[in-house]
Design a protein around this ligand. Sequence first.
Ligand code: SF4
Length: 398
Amino acid sequence: MRFVSEYRDVRRCRRIASMIRGEAVAPRYKIMEVCGTHTAAIRKFGIREMLPPIITLISGPGCPVCVTSEGYLKNALGLARQKNILLATYHDMLRVPAGGTSLETERSRGALVQGVQSAWEAVELARVRRDKEVVFLAVGFETTAPGTAIAVEMARKDRIRNFSAYVSHKTIPPALAALSKDRDLGIQGFLLPGHVSAIIGLRGYRAVWKDIRLSRTQPCVGDGAGRAGFRPTGGTPKNQGPRALAREAPPAVISGFEPLDILVSVHRLVRAINRKKPILENEYSRVVHPSGNLQAQKVLRRVFERGDGIWRGLGLIRESALVLRKPYRDFDAAVRFGLKKEGLSAEKRKGCRCADVVKGKIDPPACPLFRKVCKPEDPKGPCMVSREGTCRSFYEYS
Ligand code: SF4
């Protein structure tokens, strides 16, 4: 099959792996793959095992369900319990545990909760169910946000007043900037997500990459209880020209999802780390245009503006969320139903290490619940629910 089989060619993969071994001369390399689909591919194709042990691939916050805050989930559960509301949500969200329950459990108790494939489907549901307030749970990154934007525009144009969206869309670049500043994590390079990059292009990372300053004295990622966060600094630090600024940003490569894509991207990163070169490159050029998807960007700008976002495991990250612009506030479920702000407090489930997994601090087997009581059929945390979740990938492909 074109664009699949050639990217799974074992001989080519082995050749690139041996090139990586030849290039890997430093004591260690720590590379984060940001996308949950990358994590699954790395596990599925045994890519970690093909690399020398001095190269560590750690999984980052690339699963939308996993980074959604506890506060958001609790508000969603509260909405589901209201008699006049029909909650429409992506299927992954149904099984995420929060406060000792889940949307699926609430549905079994009589709540009106329906799984949908898209935001558009939720608008169509609202057209049919005029007797109910249809609330769409709009979660995800730049990949799903354009769908929400189009749905909200459609509802406004067609005057579908019983539709609203509870929005928790997040943008990846500010989260990467925050992670790159965390001294404890010590990330030296990023495998950038292919899907998100198809929307924002290489261009979408440039502004944030320019603003990254690796402050060695101030950690910038919250601790799950979420205190500090990325604050775009703008400008250039004193006594440093733009070149100096650029040198501080970790190298990053947009990567496809096949084994050859990932290995080629890792090779580029290892070479860049050796040469201390802050590359920002696109390996996935068969899908990702340098400028991204301009139509999708346009609709995002029309409907959303930037706001502060709360991420599970990372806490508050400035300017990392998309919030509905004023003309669309009538379709904002948080306003319509007077929902509480998400807040920073995280539910402490005994033994659960989801926040650390999301942040890339630990691999899932370090969680005491992994495989023993936390399994895909009975998840104790969000990272075991979605196929993009790190714990789920480790469970399925170990
Ligand atoms: Fe959370 Fe389960 Fe993963 Fe532990 S194994 S971190 S409880 S999802």
